[in-house]
Design a binder for this molecule. Sequence first.
Ligand code: SAM
Length: 181
Amino acid sequence: MKDKKYEVRRRYDATATFYDKRYLDIQMTKYNEIFSEIDINDSEIILDVGGGTGLLLDFMENKLSNIFCCDISFNMLKEGKNKHKTSHFVCADSDQLPFRENRFSKIICVSVIQNIPNPQITLREIYSSLRCDGILILTALTKLFSDSKIKEMLHKARFSILKLWLLSIEDLSVIAKKKDC
Ligand SMILES: C[S@@+](CC[C@H](N)C(=O)[O-])C[C@H]1O[C@@H](n2cnc3c(N)ncnc32)[C@H](O)[C@@H]1O
C-alpha cells in the first residue's frame, strides 16, 4: 500500500506545474455541476481532501476563506499556495487526516479516490472529520467505480446518500450525510 501511495505522490509531484493547464477546464466543469446542487455560506469550514493545486479555491474565487486544502503531494499544494497565499494548505495522507473530529461542515473529495489503495480507510477518516450535520461531496471515475460500488462503499462507511448522479465529464457524483446523526 505504501508503494502505491509513494508512486501516486511522485506522479503528482512531477506533474504539479502543468496540472492546472491540463485539467482546469475539466475540473471547473465538474465543480460547476456539483455546486449547482448545494449551497455554501461564508461561515462554513470546508475540507478539500486531495485538493491538489486548489482548483476548488479557484472556483470559489476566494469567496470563502475557510477552506482547508489537504493533499499528499507537496508540489501540488505548493502550486495552490502560490495562487492562494492566505488559504490553508496541509500536506497529509487522506487515510490519516490531521484534523479533530466533527470539525468540517462540508468535505469535498473530487477526482481523488481512484488514487487511493483502500478508499474505505479514507471514508472512515472523512466520517470522523465531518460534523454531524455535515455534507460529503465525492466524485469517482465512472470507468473504475460503478453506482453500486459507490453505494456499497458509502453504506459501509455509515453514510446515507442524498443524491447520486452522473456529471457530464468522467465522474459519478455523490452528496451524502452521516447516517447516525
Ligand atoms: C486528479 S487530482 C484532483 C485534484 C483536485 N481535487 C481537483 O479537483 O483538481 C488527485 C489528487 O489527489 C491527491 N491524492 C492522491 N492520493 C492521496 C492521498 N492518499 N491523500 C491525499 N491526497 C491524495 C493527488 O496528490 C492529487 O493532487
